[in-house]
Design a protein around this ligand. Sequence first.
Ligand code: EPS
Length: 331
Amino acid sequence: MNAFGDKWTFTSFGESHGVAIGGVLDGVPAGLHIDMEMIRAELARRAGSKTSPQPSSKERETGVSPRAVREPDEVEWLSGVITPSLEGRAGEGLLTLGTPIAFIIRNKDARPEDYEWLKHTYRVGHADKVYEQKYGIRDWRGGGRASARETAARVVAGSIAKQELTSKGVCIHARLIQVGAETNPAKFADTIAAYKREGDSIGGIIECRITGLPVGTGEPIFDKLQAHLAFAVMSINACKGFEYGTGFEGVTQPGSAINHISGGIAGGIADGSEIVFRCVFKPTPTTPKALKKLNDQMVHVKMVNRSDACVAVRAVPVVEAMAALALVQFL
Ligand code: EPS
């Protein structure tokens, strides 16, 4: 389904080349202050830049989707918030009303015509085919509902959740720790650029660290904290694996060497230490190389340049957003 969470319920909607993508966030208490600058900064990170909505030339070279760069990602608030001045209060940002918060982000750089030739052709490793098999119909314009564009709505909702968690002393911080086989962050950009030059893509691993979560957060047996984090993170497009604590690599170590590593969670309950989880993102299936196989004439060159060479780069704030949406349910 398209809704996440039972206390703070986030519903995501919209297709990549439709009018807009957006969300409804219900269950947010009244009177919270929303820092708009923080939301803008998170959206800019998601679009490929840490500091501004316009990625640097270096970032652009190294495989960030040019469409994501061009999309202004301006949030239009439809309900659930008012400006502090309407309440006779000073300050920037918005105040929550306790009613459903609805917002949209218009798709400004939608170019469905670039995708027309994929109407009846399915990309290998993409969701196109199963969407059509399941529903008998699909929005073939870009990635449709399965496009990473949808993650912008998650970042807006997640940022609100993150602000609430921060006010309670909970900090969530994710970073890219591996690109392909490369683990030196200084070499990530060049590694991605090399795959991009080949018309190819590469996967990546993100590590997320959470501090300040009260001991006891998490509800055994079926609502274990790690199960909720995994459910949230694995719902992100292209995410193929989740591990925490000793993870998969722990299998090669004797218990005496690794039993002290809890990953911040024991028995599904936060133990008060830092929570550390990792997740892996596969290489983007929409690449010039893959599309050339589908269309030898390559008449639709424009479209092939629209995807990321390493989607894990832009997934970092999305992982934080989904972790925040998972954790805020426990407050
Ligand atoms: C993406 C492919 C392109 C990207 C998109 C991520 O979208 P589409 O094929 O749907 O036009 O531009 O990124 C964004 C537009 C964004 O805002 O993140 C993909 O393959 O996931």
